[in-house]
Design a protein around this ligand. Sequence first.
Ligand code: ADP
Ligand code: MG
Length: 244
Amino acid sequence: MKSDTLLEVRKLSKRFGGIVALNSVDVEIREGELVGIVGPNGAGKTTLINCITGIYKPEAGKVVFLGEDITGKAPHEIALRGIARTWQKVRPFLNMSVIDAVTTGALLKTNEPAKARREAMEILEFIGFPRSKFETLGKNITLIEHKLVDLARALATKPKLLLLDEVVAGLRPSEIDVITEVVKKVNKEMKITLGVVEHVMRFVMSVSDRVIVLHEGMLLAEGSPSEIAYNPSVIEAYLGTKPI
Ligand SMILES: Nc1ncnc2c1ncn2[C@@H]1O[C@H](COP(=O)(O)OP(=O)(O)O)[C@@H](O)[C@H]1O
Ligand SMILES: [Mg+2]
């Protein structure tokens, strides 16, 4: 393990009945990096996030974060150590306000409600969420606003590593541009290491320093965005699904 390694996933395997969702996957994320994790639907991307964050326990392999083996620990213990994630399926917080939803994230690291609320406000401002909507209830905000609130809630837990699961899915091109800027800003200005999981490549290619490709639960390729875009086995894996 190199000295700047933040996360090390070694030979991680996870199955669901007869389906092998992850098959001996190796992934390394270094401090400060913005790593894209791509692959066709069903490749195992969400399962990888779920195994790293303790939602699922892998059958084999390990997850090492900051030199500590965190394999199989409970989600809140992993969150406390500094790994946060967002969810592919937006989890609506219908009757909670935006500010309260983000405050729940900040309460992971402080038990002072006023401090948590202040931190939540700062993060919402940092990502450019409109102040006029801080008190709006979840049921009255749009999809991109939901995605931003989920991102802000994750940031409020003060992570060292943030894993985003299909954060631009379902958004229009102009909205994807907004998320692109926010993600870059989180990485560059907050200096948070990011793992950006995406099915659609365009967004990943524009934000990532390095890209990892999963296919049928296995690591298919790894390289710079341009190496990946022209990699024949990656192109083949995507053929018959959706264009890159
Ligand atoms: N909770 C689960 N129960 C059963 N099968 C699952 C579960 N989660 C994922 N899978 C299966 O594991 C494989 C990988 O899924 P997933 O990690 O969601 O892929 P991706 O996020 O890359 O689209 C798929 O075949 C999926 O159907
Ligand atoms: Mg997924």
